[in-house]
Write a protein that binds this ligand. Structure first.
Ligand code: ADP
Ligand code: MG
Ligand code: MG
Length: 876
């Protein structure tokens, strides 16, 4: 049979035993501290296995287990020379939760268990401290009632507050024994009224109730929610720790406190913490009294302070990480109650990791593993000055981090105009569409009233590294009068607001920001990461500005250059529309000829910046109707330009309408129907190469990518189109041209037929956005309506558009990788799309043996770090 109960300081058989899975984090660390010889009040841990049994057994603790618990209590009694429920020298215990990973404040703890009407008198006599005994008893009734009996704590707090008012005192410490006596009676009445039973006087009943309640708290609503947000599996369960009470509330030579071994906000190596004299347990964090800075303990209890500092060092040396510590002082004796890895800001995480390498506590590999890539995000964008005053007028979803201020504007044109005048704009839209791309580019930040974390605005803004607050339903936009309302505020176009895309807040006026600093410790961690990673990191980028940023962030190539984004420019869109509306091949070619020089210049610019690094260019992908005129004025403009009637254009728009554009006439299907479009794009790429050669720019080897392929025939035909175009340019310019042709794998059929497709492809790039949509048959634009229900019902563990679905989409990637490489050993494999910047998905890419990941510029550092971690974890 499995062992179910473990003593903290058992020097016998399990002295080397230390497993968080079984003991939970708190229990494992208490045992570890005891083993190190630190002063830990005696106790034991009921393992997480028992939690499992508890739920199988209809939420009951079996007799057998409770017998074992009682046996362990006997052992504590021997060590402490006290007795549980004894009428002269009673033992009191705490009953504490503790799961594998810490879930601060999510589960329950009960202190002072073992007190009742009789033992409280014994405690008073034994300690000659009536006030302390009664204070402890009332705390037990409060906690027990709340945790075990389910009575809201405010019933008790209200009684205390009212009593203090009538007595005219402010602090709990000003209440005396008699006062607590009265309150204890009132508390017991509340219990009687709410449960129709007396507060349990049998200490074993108390113990059993407390253990059950701690196990039950694993499935409390807040614990479940916390687990979902932090991706903690439901089946882990919690352990229960039962520990001899030590008292920080016995007088002025007693205290309780919490401490960090380094500053968790800056990472600086210094004592950081707070404590309270004559207090117990949660008093420090509960805010009932204002705690003191731990440094001042050097004066009030200097011996203890020195002892604590030594323990800090010892624990850091043992755990090789910054510790978050809880302690209590009872009559000038220090007791350690908890230690664990402390939570910290991104800045602190990096500083601590780098410092610890310098202190030779950890290796640089370990340092790379220590920093959560996701939190780097907060360091890469300007942030609001913490000290500045802020007037919040609305809030929405924190869609893309960073802070920005600017003039409110409701249109793309206006945003661009402001940009020309070197002014900052915040583009405010109900929601954004591809037509707003230029406005989004020109603006410093984006605010939308509708749309979620994966809405158009959110995805594009993250891609651009622009701050964005989306789905702020409080704001009501009035385009006609150029204003928006939020509560009582009316904000007109031209007024200045500030948005914080990290918190989702919208503020009035300009709130000052601070620029990110990426030198120093940050660059050290990144250098180490680069040393340890195998995956290359590229970027998704199509504008010179983004491409420059990505290179500064360390991108090693472009993994996805979406050519359609180059078409929305005001000067070009008219030719694009002309091209689409053309009925004859001849007309279409005329329009394409106008677009050619623009495209060529785009590529020259990008090749220049990439300076010889690989660039993957995706040929036109979206359905054509996305480029069509939407407003009457647009229609009129284009009608004039083309010298045809409005009606003509309107009917062409109707012709082009699709029921399901995601699955419609797009991707390589356009190239098959209108080869002249792809031909023009290839010509632009190759002419750009010729031009670069003339200008002595380091040659780029372009990787021409055909989207939405599902059959080998498609790529076979289009590959020969690319080749034909290349041959022509070679001849005209009499130069050599090196290039690759490959495809996106974004349809299940393409993954399955990868072996045939690889015959005609030099590389595959997994377009995981579309591949996820088509594998699940879920459209990303509509999934918002039910995704939450799916996560809630544990159908999806996570949004598959955020982290790759390894079991389904991942399997298709594995199949395509295997079959593709079977055909062509040298096949280059990468991933583009939002998943390319998601650490969990990057870990999968490393396992799947891809060559590179590609992500938006601002996620490049995150991907570099995540790729290093993925490789180091795989090797472990
Ligand atoms: P949490 O996980 O929410 O921090 P804990 O189990 O750590 O809950 O308990 C909260 C507080 O109760 C501790 O910080 C400590 O101050 C106090 N406490 C717990 N056990 C004891 C004990 N045996 N003696 C004295 N105080 C205790
Ligand atoms: Mg704690
Ligand atoms: Mg796609």
């Amino acid at each position: 049979m499995d062992k179910l109960i473990y003593r903290f300081n058992n020097q016998g058989s399990q002295s080397s035993f230390n497993s968080k899975n079984i003991l939970g984090g708190k229990g494992a660390n208490l045992a570890q501290m005891a083993k190190l010889g630190l002063p830990v009040p005696p106790g034991f841990t009921i393992s997480t296995k028992v939690c499992e049994d508890f739920y199988k057994n209809n939420k009951k603790i079996s007799k057998k287990i409770f017998q074992q618990v009682k046996k362990e209590i006997k052992i504590i009694e021997k060590i402490s020379k006290k007795k549980f429920g004894d009428l002269s020298n009673p033992l009191l215990v705490s009953v504490r939760s503790g799961s594998k990973v810490s879930m601060p404040g999510m589960m329950d703890t009960i202190l002072n268990l073992g007190l009742n009407d009789k033992t409280v008198i014994a405690l008073k006599n034994k300690t000659s401290n009536g006030r302390f005994a009664k204070d402890s008893y009332r705390r037990l009734i409060q906690m027990y009632s709340n945790v075990v009996l389910g009575i809201e704590s405010y019933f008790f707090e209200e009684l205390i507050d009212n009593y203090k008012l009538t007595k005219g005192v402010i602090q709990d410490t000003e209440l005396e024994e008699d006062d607590w006596d009265g309150l204890i009676n009132n508390f017991k009445e509340v219990v009687k009224e709410k449960t129709r039973k007396n507060f349990p006087q049998d200490v074993n009943e108390q113990l059993q109730g407390a253990i059950s309640a701690v196990f039950s708290s694993w499935n409390s609503k807040r614990a479940k929610t916390y687990r979902r947000i932090n991706s903690i599996p439901d089946h882990w369960g919690t352990a229960v720790n039962i520990q001899t009470m030590v008292f920080g509330n016995m007088g002025d030579d007693c205290a309780t406190g919490v401490a960090f071994t380094r500053n968790p906000s800056t990472g600086k190596k210094e004592v950081f913490g707070e404590y309270l004299i004559n207090a117990q347990g949660e008093d420090v964090v509960a805010g009932t009294r204002t705690p003191k800075n731990l440094l001042s303990m050097n004066k009030s209890m200097s011996k203890i302070f020195q002892q604590l500092k030594k323990i800090f060092n010892l624990l850091e040396n043992k755990y090789k990480d910054m510790q978050d510590i809880e302690f209590t002082v009872e009559n000038n004796q220090l007791w350690m109650l908890q230690t664990r890895s402390g939570k910290r800001t991104a800045r602190a995480a990096i500083k601590i990791a780098v410092d610890m390498v310098q202190e030779k506590l950890i290796s640089s590999k370990e340092a790379v593993l220590r920093v959560d890539p996701n939190i780097l995000d907060t360091l890469l964008h300007p942030t609001l000055d913490e000290k500045a005053e802020k007037k919040i007028i609305a809030s929405g979803l924190p869609a893309s981090p960073g802070a920005a201020s600017g003039k409110v504007t409701f249109s793309t044109d206006e945003a661009e105009r402001l940009k020309e005048q070197q002014q900052n704009a915040i583009l405010v839209r109900v929601e954004t569409s591809p037509e707003d791309i230029n406005g989004m580019h020109a603006a410093s930040g984006i605010l939308t009233a509708r749309g979620g974390m994966t809405s158009h605005a959110a995805v594009i803004a993250r891609g651009m590294g622009k701050p964005c607050v989306s789905g702020s339903s409080e704001i009501k936009i009035d385009y006609e009068n150029k204003l928006f309302k939020s509560g009582n505020y009316v904000i007109k176009a031209g007024e200045i607001i500030t948005i914080d895309g990290g918190s989702g807040k919208v503020m009035l006026g300009k709130v000052p920001t601070v620029k990110p600093d990426m030198s120093g410790d940050f660059s050290k961690i990144m250098t180490w990461a680069d040393k340890y990673r195998k995956l290359k990191v590229r970027t998704n980028s199509e504008t010179p500005a983004d491409t420059k940023i990505a290179r500064e962030f360390g991108a090693e190539g472009i993994g996805l250059c979406r050519t359609e984004h180059m078409f929305f420019d005001e000067k070009r869109i008219i030719s694009v529309r002309q091209m689409i509306l053309s009925k004859t091949l001849e007309d279409r070619k005329k329009a394409l000829a106008k677009l050619l020089p623009y495209q060529r210049n785009d590529f020259i610019e990008i090749f220049k910046i990439m300076n010889g690094l690989p660039v993957t260019v995706r040929l036109l992908d979206p359905p054509l109707h996305e480029f069509l005129p939407k407003t009457d004025k647009d229609i009129e403009d284009i009608a004039k330009e083309l010298n045809i009637s409005n009606q003509n254009i309107k009917s062409r728009i109707i012709e082009l309408h699709e029921q399901n554009p995601m699955l419609g006439h797009r991707g390589c299907r356009l190239g098959i129907s209108f080869p002249e479009i792809y031909q023009m794009q290839c010509q632009a790429i190759f002419e750009a190469l010729a031009e670069c050669k003339k200008k002595k720019i380091k040659p780029v080897i372009p990787e021409i990518m055909i989207p939405l392929v599902s059959t080998a025939s498609e790529i076979k035909i289009l590959r020969s189109l690319v080749k034909k175009t290349a041959e022509e340019i070679k001849k005209i310019h009499s130069i050599k041209i090196k290039y690759y042709v490959g495809t996106m794998i974004e349809l299940p059929r393409a993954a399955l037929r990868a072996k045939d497709i690889a015959k005609y492809a030099d590389f595959f790039s997994f377009g995981t956005n579309d591949l996820t949509q088509t594998t699940f048959g879920i459209s990303r634009d509509d999934s918002g309506k039910f995704l939450n229900d799916y996560v809630e019902n544990n159908i999806f563990y996570e949004d598959p558009f955020v982290s790759i679905d390894e079991r389904g989409v991942g399997e298709l990637i594995k199949i395509a990788t295997e079959r593709g490489r079977m055909q062509k050993k040298s096949l280059k494999l990468g991933i583009c799309g939002e998943h390319g910047g998601d650490p969990a998905s990057i870990e999968f890419c490393e396992k799947a043996k891809l060559n590179y990941v590609s992500c938006s510029p601002y996620r490049v550092p995150i991907a570099r770090l995540a790729a290093a971690q993925a490789y180091l974890k795989k090797k472990k």
